[in-house]
Design a binder for this molecule. Structure first.
Ligand code: SF4
Length: 281
């Protein structure tokens, strides 16, 4: 019975000798060590989203059915060439980067070879893509760190990756995901737009959208979510004019700009390649 009694309205002040009285009296907050620090941190509110858990699971189930094994559109042969390609891809198209890296990787397929090739030659190989001077400098500098600090290998470690010249969180996320199979999500312009437009993970910064998406995407789908969302943004939910009529999640989407409620036929993308023009999914 005593444990069901209502709490006293005005608790008496603590007396010396009261066991742990300092920890329970309102005038004396709990000692620091006893406070739920982790809870308070995770209690930081994310924006409410208009999707039920089952709807989010269904969105990613359809993405998986459409592209069971999504692949990046950058050409690479291993973790090193992936890293360089991603560094070069900032403010450039994948097609443009692939054109430039074809010759570059043939001339220098390893960090040591790239170092030997030198900044001037690297610059010549990549001069068709944006920011090529800075990128050439960064590529050679990061190869030097790979050779001198990591034995010529790309480190499987976020901090070590982000310490490389020209490598930020987004590039590290792509490498961790694509080269090492980690469940990371690199928020590029497409994912940032989708997170906000669909109200799946509203956020003012890529970090905020990344956190929001990581919190809602079912664990089983996290590994490939990065590629599904990029490809969906690139070919269907385009920046200027989303192609809702060919969207497989049109019935679930809660974007204000949506123009169609009927989902497109859900079949693996390869099966559509024969009947749709290139670039359409
Ligand atoms: S329905 Fe339209 S707005 Fe929604 S995800 Fe599909 S393409 Fe984008």
């Amino acid at each position: 019975m005593a444990e069901n009694a209502p709490p006293a309205k005005s608790p008496r002040p603590p007396k010396a000798g009261d066991a742990l009285s300092h920890a329970v009296h309102p005038a004396n907050p709990a000692p620091l060590a006893a406070r739920p620090i982790g809870k308070a941190k995770s209690a930081v509110r994310r924006p409410r989203i208009p999707y039920a858990k089952a709807e989010i699971a269904e969105i990613f189930r359809r993405f998986e059915m459409q592209r069971p094994e999504p692949k990046p559109e950058l050409d690479f042969a291993d973790a090193f060439t992936l890293l360089v390609a991603v560094v070069l891809s900032a403010q450039a198209t994948d097609v443009g980067v692939n054109k430039a890296t074809r010759g570059l990787f043939a001339a220098a397929p390893t960090p040591a070879a790239m170092l030997e090739l030198g900044e001037d030659a690297v610059r010549e190989h990549i001069r068709t893509i944006g920011l090529f001077r800075t990128k050439a400098k960064n590529v050679v500098a990061l190869c030097r760190v790979l050779v001198e600090t990591h034995g010529g290998a790309v480190p499987h470690d976020r901090a070590a990756l982000e310490a490389l010249p020209g490598v930020g969180r987004k590039t590290a996320n792509v490498v961790l995901n694509t080269a090492f199979g980690e469940k990371t999500l690199a928020v590029d312009t497409h994912i940032f737009r989708i997170g906000n437009r669909l109200r799946l993970a509203p956020g003012k910064t890529p970090d905020a959208v990344e956190k929001g998406l990581l919190a809602i995407i079912p664990d089983a789908h996290l590994r490939h979510a990065h590629h599904w969302l990029i490809l969906h943004g690139r070919y269907v939910c385009k920046a200027r004019k989303p192609e809702c009529a060919i969207c497989i999640i049109a019935d679930l989407c809660k974007a204000e700009v949506k123009t169609c409620d009927v989902p497109a036929l859900l079949v693996p993308i390869e099966a559509l390649a024969d009947v749709r023009p290139p670039g359409q999914t």
